[in-house]
Design a protein. Sequence first.
Length: 374
Amino acid sequence: MLARHIIRAAAVPLALASTLLTAGGAGAAGVTGWEVSLSGNSAAGSLMSVSSVDDDLAWAVGREDGHGVIMRWDGGQWAEDTAPGLPDVWQWSAVSAVSADDVWAYGSVGRDQALVHYDGERWNSVTAAGPADDSWPEVPIDAVPGRLFKGGNALYTYAGGTWQTFALPALVDIRDIDAISADDAYATGMKYPVKGGHPVTYHWDGTTWTLMDQPPVRTGTDTAEVAASSDSVYVAGWADDPDETAPVPDVARWDGSAWEDITGSLATFYIHAIAPDGAGGLWVTGNDQAEPAHADPVFWHFDGTTWTKEAGVPALDGDTRWPSYSFYDLAPADGSGGFWAVGEYSTPMDSHGDMTVNGLIERSTATAPEASTG
């Protein structure tokens, strides 16, 4: 769910109480690193999706204590969105912003789905096409000028107040969509179950969806992420290694004529989000399972040839004993190469064995790093 509607390129100063934390990537050139923009006790317990209009306007969605939360960035801080019209939901799982008065969010409540549109003044409920997806309630959406795309157990497009449905084969679920324009979009998912199933990737040409060649990922890989740029389409996922406890990631790139496995040195990583860096490369994040176990948030960057591992910034109250950080989405923050990353982290266990899970937002003010050797 990436937004490409950044209309200003000015850098943004970020605030978290009175302190900003910064971490530079090892071996990186021209990188200022990542900053914590939201952590600690906030309105969000976990954040699933983020989308930015420009350097001082963005939305992130998730949940807190069993109810959906939408957060809004105003250029200085994140706060819960108080615009009227939002229904009560268990979780908002996807957001896609086209402009300041054209924002979409998708969520779930019980066995039902909720779709809302922000017109610059209030949120308005819109009837979503198709039934709620019981298998994967975190249905993807992506909006571009003039069209909304929705996944799940079918592929749906919405334009001019009308839904168009593209039926999928049985047991196929679309897990992610990335649209370049109203006439150019990509969707990926799986024919389930993973064992015995296979990944699927579709292309939208403005009229219909066409099944693409199957990407070269290892058997058992659940492909749940797609990202498109002007010259490449990426799909990514991870598999359980039957002989190991760590996940086995896979990333493939389509160059317009064929797929290529570019996983390379990327390893022991649950991939939850991917995004083109705007310079011919790719950012990847999720949950790091590298040994020895550590708690730092982690990002990987692919420059077209080599992967580079870059540390995010731990929250001041985050756990340090095991991997406790997960990021679930990435999106451009401005036109200068900055990115938002949203997710969650856990605090240390208290004397009763309890821990708190808090929402986390980090911001990269970096341009893409140069690849490290090795």
